[in-house]
Unconditional design. Structure first.
Length: 641
């Protein structure tokens, strides 16, 4: 039997929140819609998919969709995925083909929910038979260019960060009775010893193909291939079964020259932090619609857990307003209170700041020492600024609250925002636990440690410098730059530095991960300080093709189109892609040079000998220039992702 496994990872459904304007008075809540009856989990897409130990939910939002502006959902005819897992880093490349069933050209919205901590690095679409890459551009400039070209009925596309871990692209044109082909690639940390590709919630696919490769593993991951299938499970590769070191407390990771990425587990001792009194805030905003019953089941399990410790609780629902549901001993919370939540329904925007302020008042009145927030962390009303929300959490201290925790729910959510809420403000840091995880409730009753120092000797840059909110067994990624000829010596929690001999690997993926970590460190610093780092973030993001709240990916058709908006492409950044079981750079040249020098003997492959531009134009780097007119169009069309 293969030591890889495929299993179901639960994904709570999430609808788009109906956000009210910041600072506007709360809108009245509409009547709760009738519940959906007969919801059930469809049969597995493949016999290789098997249930996991996580909590399973019956409804899941598709991890990716393409929807026309009139609401027409385009059929996902093909989804082909390739993944490379290299130590604690994963690179995933998705190739999608959508079908337009109508007799008219459409504009659509492509949405994709990425894993937490993932960074989008590639967005390409086929226009007029040619693959065109998205260029990372400052956000406002990208929006201006898109609107201008859309009004001219030309062929732009714009990808930008939406709520939480969701990315959204406005796509035009989607040809009548035709197809729209899209490529997306992203890099992310591999958490909990498993690689997960979200599939659950997708409709029936004409073709589904998934291939994964774990660098250094002795056993190949199974290839998933199916036709006319409806996935009911995610594709999961259990890395612990192939790498005993990854499952232990040992430091693991990869290194390429001056770049190193390592995974550490700094805490092995479990200490109790029992909950005796708590305010529980339950997100009932519109984003919780599809997974609402499952969220109520989580509230019920939490109440039963608190009842075991004889805790007193105050439970409230929040969206753009706050509604008290229960106050008393946890054992008194039951079916009647769940019906109150159910009657309230999932509607409206999410005002997290208002909910925290309400919790402060209740804690001051009732003496609660803990606050537990159940939600997706996406604030869409009231104070949405991270610093203001942090100040609201800090004010809980005056009411006697000692710790705040979050149970994260929803396929589209913002774990980073929740992490900022639960750390650095109160006497003890809390945790952000996946509400679908089997051990989430147990972890609420365990203590955390903060301020664990991390030092990489001789490093010119390393992040993070300290670890907060740590519990036994938690794993953290450390990113460092140091001279290539210098041994990697790491000190954790003030202990003597140890020489870490990391596995050597190829440069592209590690280098991209370091750049991604630098951007994340600046965003973290900006959210908690007075520093304005926007220019630095945009500069680094453009240099390394990284999507941020300040950047977008823009697809235009010609060099002249970009020049009109002062978007400099003289030095095109390499695109990362998977070829021959490895992550490689795709070297690009300008359109003008590539077309002028296009060679008739192009092999059409992505390899080190090809230079591929933003529109898919390629030439053999070692071939002489052959500007043969009859072959130029062939050269422009043949290469593909």
């Amino acid at each position: 039997m293969s030591c890889f496994r495929l299993s179901v990872i639960s994904t709570l459904a999430c609808a788009v929140a109906a956000a009210s304007c910041q600072g506007a008075p709360p809108a009245p809540r509409a009547p709760r819609p009738a519940p959906v009856e007969g919801a059930s989990t469809p049969p597995p897409a493949s016999s290789a998919l098997a249930p996991s130990g996580n909590v399973s939910f019956a409804v899941a939002q598709p991890p990716l969709t393409l929807t026309a502006s009139d609401g027409t959902g385009l059929r996902l005819a093909e989804l082909r995925a390739d993944a490379i897992i290299d130590g604690p880093i994963a690179f995933t490349e998705l190739r999608m083909t959508f079908e337009n069933p109508l007799d008219r050209t459409l504009e659509g919205t492509f949405r994709i929910a990425l894993p937490q901590n993932a960074s989008l690095g590639r967005f390409a679409m086929k226009i007029g038979g040619e693959w065109q890459e998205g260029e990372v551009v400052e956000l406002e400039a990208a929006r201006r260019a898109y609107e201008d070209f859309l009004h001219r009925k030309q062929d732009p596309a714009l990808m930008e960060k939406a709520a939480g871990n969701e990315f959204s692209a406005r796509v035009f044109p989607i040809p009548a009775r035709g197809v729209k082909e899209i490529v997306v690639a992203y890099v992310h940390e591999v958490n909990d010893g498993a690689y997960v590709l979200p599939l659950r919630g997708l409709p029936e696919l004409g073709v589904l193909e998934v291939k994964a490769s774990v660098i250094g593993a002795k056993t190949e991951a199974p290839r998933l291939f199916a036709q006319r299938t409806t996935p009911s499970a995610d594709y999961v590769v259990d890395l612990k079964s192939v790498s005993p070191q990854a499952a232990s407390n040992a430091v693991t990771g990869v290194r390429s020259g001056e770049h190193a990425v390592l995974r550490v587990r700094p805490e092995s001792t479990t200490r109790p932090d029992p909950i005796t009194s708590a305010v529980v805030l339950v997100d009932t905003s519109a984003s919780r619609t599809l997974g609402f019953e499952d969220e109520l089941a989580l509230v019920d399990r939490l109440a039963k857990r608190l009842a075991e410790s004889k805790a007193s609780v105050t439970v409230a629902a929040f969206d753009q307003t706050v509604a008290p549901i229960f106050e008393g001993q946890a054992e008194g919370f039951g079916a009647r209170e769940l019906d109150k939540l159910r009657e309230r329904g999932a509607l409206g925007a999410s005002d997290i700041g208002r909910a925290i302020a309400w919790a402060r008042d209740q804690a001051k009145k009732g003496g609660a020492k803990r606050v537990i927030l159940i939600g997706d962390g996406v604030a869409t009303a009231g104070d949405v600024d991270a610093k203001k929300l942090g100040a609201g959490v800090a004010a809980l201290k005056d009411a006697g609250v000692e710790r705040i925790d979050a149970l994260a729910v929803g396929g589209i959510r913002d774990d980073a925002a929740l992490t900022r809420l639960v750390r650095g403000q109160l006497a003890r840091d809390g945790i952000v636990a996946d509400g679908a995880s089997a051990d989430a409730l147990r972890r609420l009753g365990e203590a955390t440690r903060s301020g664990i120092a991390v030092k990489v000797e001789g490093a010119t840059w390393a992040w993070p410098a300290k670890l907060d909110g740590v519990q036994a067994g938690d794993a953290f990624s450390i990113y460092a730059e140091l001279p290539a000829d210098r041994p990697l010596k790491v000190s954790i929690d003030g202990k003597a530095a140890e020489v870490i001999d990391l596995r050597k690997t190829d440069k592209p993926l590690v280098e991209r991960s370091i750049a991604q970590a630098k951007v994340a460190s600046m965003l973290e610093r900006e959210a908690t300080s007075k520093d304005d780092l926007k220019k630095s973030i945009v500069s680094l993001a453009v240099q390394h093709r990284i999507m941020t709240p300040y950047t977008a990916m823009l697809v235009l058709e010609t060099e002249q189109d970009y020049a009109r908006f002062h978007i400099d492409r003289k030095s095109l950044v390499d695109v990362l892609a998977i070829q021959d079981g490895a992550v490689k750079r795709l070297h690009r040249t300008s359109i003008a040079r590539a077309v002028a020098q296009a060679s008739p003997d192009l092999d059409g492959d992505y390899d080190g000998a090809d230079a591929i531009n933003v529109n898919g134009v390629a030439k053999k780097q070692d071939a002489p220039a052959k500007p043969t007119a009859g072959k130029r169009e062939e050269a422009r069309v043949r290469p593909g992702p």
